[in-house]
Design a protein around this ligand. Structure first.
Ligand SMILES: O=C(O)CCC(=O)C(=O)O
Ligand SMILES: [Fe+2]
Length: 297
């Protein structure tokens, strides 16, 4: 099946502010659910790329980027899909990820917070509510994930499940095709643009803004089956996600400005895990599994 390629607006960070190219705006991007962001020139993505190429390989003496398959509290084999991934909460980045990856993830996470704040301004959410509605995630508290994904071409399965990201803002980097988003009532391919992140909004932001004049869209997306590329490399991606804490609540802002509590984040994540991946990791993001004895060097 051939899908049309979607046109996405493109933004940059200029002096720490989110600025869109002339034909686009944050308003359009919020309504569409995703946009492209030029990778800031001070951000080196090589550590993330190296991790994606190596995390699933056996550990060796020469590198600390491999040997993650045994670390079952942060490594997930999605059995019904091509993807296998690392998902690591910020509280574990320093102890479990190579130093250069931690530095990169911290910058990506900070960029995500700038975008999140810009989106809250645009949506008209009063600043004194930002901390409460995000469980502090808007300024670095709450849950901040780093994910590194590898798509196993030998598996004749879809790349990754159809889903909406659960949190507020996601920054995703990939170099190979395969990402598809449900835009304008149909699936559309999102071709990777060299030097750009794909930014998308998640279910917590959609829930928060559902009754406002400008409701944010948590875009439905997936990765199609990615075949082996002769002499090419396997598909990979890495991402940071900004989420409320698992012990927090999901809110809907009312048109008059008051907050309505919808449900606990825990109940929401439990449902999401069960329906999206249909595997044994139903408490992912909710229960923290004790760390193994030896931290990853
Ligand atoms: O690998 C990709 O391009 C998408 C991955 C994704 O959607 C996710 O990790 O939430
Ligand atoms: Fe996603």
């Amino acid at each position: 099946m051939i899908y049309p390629d979607a046109h996405l607006h493109c933004a940059s960070l200029i002096k720490g502010k989110l600025v869109f190219d002339k034909d686009g705006s944050l308003r359009d991007a919020i309504a569409q659910g995703l946009f492209l962001l030029k990778v800031p020139e001070y951000l080196d993505l090589e550590p993330g790329i190296k991790l994606c190429r190596e995390f699933y390989l056996p550990a060796t003496d020469h590198t600390n980027y491999g040997g993650f398959r045994q670390q079952t509290d942060i490594y997930f084999d999605r059995e019904h899909f091509q993807t296998e991934h690392l998902l690591v909460d910020k509280s574990r980045w320093a102890g479990r990820l190579p130093c250069a990856v931690v530095q990169m993830a911290q910058v990506m996470d900070a960029v995500g917070q700038v975008i999140f704040q810009a989106a809250l301004w645009e949506l008209g959410v009063a600043e004194h509510l930002w901390h409460r509605i995000s469980g502090g995630a808007v300024t670095g508290e709450g849950t901040h994930w780093f994910a590194a994904s590898h798509y196993r071409p030998e598996r004749r399965l879809p790349g990754c499940a159809e889903h909406r990201d659960t949190g507020f803002v996601t920054l995703l980097y990939t170099r190979q095709p395969g990402f598809e988003a449900f835009i304008g009532g149909q699936w559309q391919s999102i071709a990777p643009v060299p030097g750009c992140f794909i930014v998308n909004f998640g279910a917590c932001l959609e829930a928060l803004s559902g009754r406002l004049a400008l409701p944010a869209r948590a875009i439905e997306h997936r990765v199609r089956e990615c075949p082996a590329v002769p002499k090419g490399e396997d598909r990979f991606s890495f991402a940071t996600f900004i989420n409320p804490p698992a012990c927090g609540d999901l809110y809907e802002l009312q048109p008059q400005g008051e907050l309505l509590r919808l449900m606990s984040v825990e109940a929401f994540l439990r449902r999401f895990n069960q329906f999206t991946w249909q595997d044994r990791h139903t408490t992912f993001g909710i229960e923290s599994v004790p760390a193994p004895d030896a931290a990853h060097e």
